[in-house]
Ligand binder design. Structure first.
Ligand code: HEM
Length: 191
């Protein structure tokens, strides 16, 4: 019997893309001098995650992921931008996004979005340290689930695993996750 370990496969096969993206983002975060620089980063996330979320919503809702309504949405980035008096940009165009044409590809992309809540715990601290934001305004997206982050991640992983019923399914999810990371890095480079 073949055992499929989607979670291990996802983590190891997307590691290189994660590291490249992380490096890129850290440069941007360390270079922030003022709230406008931070707004620029939020705008990059809003445009990409927002367009991605619209695609994902065509395949994933509360029937596929029971607590989907409680999960962090792109709306929180919009609120952060507005709290800092920034302009909410247009969402990215389909050509800048990974291919999301079925449930498995949607889960691959959502893995990247949900996983970013883990890095968010580090990122929100970096932002607070670097910028003196009034009452930590505009930081809700990166704080995401706060102290519940690991629990939310655990619940998400359990559902994800359930959908990897074959090696083929695991490969489709992994490929979509890698494309989601890769296209985000390109988006970050050109914006
Ligand atoms: C400064 C930037 C970032 C830092 C410092 C960072 C850091 C981390 C850390 C510490 C973990 C947990 C690793 C573990 O417990 O094993 C993690 C996991 C993850 N991060 Fe990031 N991250 C960053 C940016 C991002 C971004 C922008 C995304 C997505 C767009 C992302 C997606 C993920 C994913 C999907 C995982 C889950 C890996 C797995 O266990 O399968 N990260 N990150």
């Amino acid at each position: 019997m073949i055992t499929i370990n989607l979670l291990e496969q996802l983590k190891s096969e997307t590691l290189s893309n994660h590291q490249q993206l992380e490096k890129h983002l850290i440069v941007k975060l360390k270079g922030m001098q003022n709230p406008d620089d931070y707004i620029r980063i939020l705008q990059i996330f809003y445009a990409y995650f927002g367009a991605l979320e619209d695609q994902i919503n065509q395949f994933i809702g509360i029937d596929q992921l029971q607590d989907y309504a409680e999960r962090r949405k792109t709306e929180s980035i919009k609120n952060d931008i507005l709290a800092l008096n920034g302009i909410v940009p247009e969402k990215a165009a389909p050509g800048d996004l990974p291919e999301i044409g079925n449930l498995l590809q949607a889960f691959g992309a959502l893995y990247v979005i949900e996983g970013s809540t883990l890095g968010g715990q580090v990122i929100s601290k970096m932002i607070s340290k670097q910028l003196a934001l009034d009452d930590n305004a505009g930081i809700s997206f990166f704080k995401s689930y706060g102290e519940h982050t690991m629990a939310m991640w655990g619940k998400f992983k359990a559902v994800l695993e359930h959908h990897a019923s074959s090696q083929h399914a695991a490969d489709v999810i992994t490929e979509a996750a890698n494309e989601t990371f890769g296209k985000f890095r390109l988006w970050m480079e050109k914006n």
